[in-house]
Design a protein around this ligand. Sequence first.
Ligand SMILES: [Zn+2]
Length: 379
Amino acid sequence: MSFLNLFRKKKATAPVNRAPSYLSGTAKTETGLADTRAAIDELSKAVKDTPEAVEIYLALGNLYRSQGEIERAAQIRNSLIVRPGLAPVTKARALYELGRDFSRGGFLDRAVSALKKARDIAGDSPEILTELAGIKARGREFEKAAYYHAKLGQPVQEAHYLARCAEDDFSDGDDVTAYSTLKKAIDIYPSSTESWLLVLSRLKKDNKLDEFRKKFREALQKVPNHLRFVLVEGLLAESTIFGDTPTSVAVSDGDKNISFYEVMVKEIEVSDPDVSMHYYGARLLQLCNNQEEASVWLEKTLILNQNFWLARLELFNLAQDQQQLTPSFKNQLDFFVNIAHKIKRFTCSSCGFKRDRIFFVCPRCRSWHSITFRKELNQ
Ligand SMILES: [Zn+2]
């Protein structure tokens, strides 16, 4: 059992004097803040009268933390930690919350120190390991983040952070270590989309076409069908695989890229492509200046899903060049086509977050590999 369960009580009942629902959004937020502050004051009084009320004490600290008052929150934990005769499990809990306070305040070293002390008492509790993994990831200590996710038995996350180690190794010019780290990541989690993507983008960058073909075929088999589009999207925008990683934009080399795109189209064709992969096949064909074949692939996309808006947009673009349009009509049309091109193409299947760049962990709800391609506009 998690050591936190010892502290979990049944759910609190809803407060009676909640803000009336007819208040506007802003008023609701302000009332919410006032409610929280009032609750903090009430709790402070209660704790003063009954200093043994550990549960209330910790809850009070959490309230301060939620208000961004880190110093006060930390004071509460520390006053608890030094109490004589405190049960070890309570001390561990106070240290754990202290670690979370520091983490929230951005004092990562102090957070790690508190959490390690909690771990010394409570052992490898999932809550403590999760906090430590998160802090290490934030501090770009990816090897340590991978280590904690391994302890947690989370291969998706472990492989992700190993891939990020590999990316750093590539930047440092240590390709041997990078490739061996990526191999390890794929051994741990064979579907690791980001690891495959990193291998592929490196082979492409180093102009190793034959090896690229082999690995691209393997990746299309290993990566789950609904995530295969991430490989192509990532290869088309290789400078931003992990979003927050600053990398130099590759010098574009048209002719060199075209041979890679042709290989990709061929491999996609024999990989039982779904709607999104047909669309990406068409995009690659367009980049190879094969507009005719691209139209065929786009038509196939629409046969599979007639609401696939992006395929319609591309077909419309291709058809537009063959029409005689008045300047005014063309002007209006360009306006709408421009807007349509700015629509965010990816969405998180867990929370609906939308973005125009690939992501492996949702920036909003922290779900892993929850990215989907927005095939329909109402998605
Ligand atoms: Zn999400």
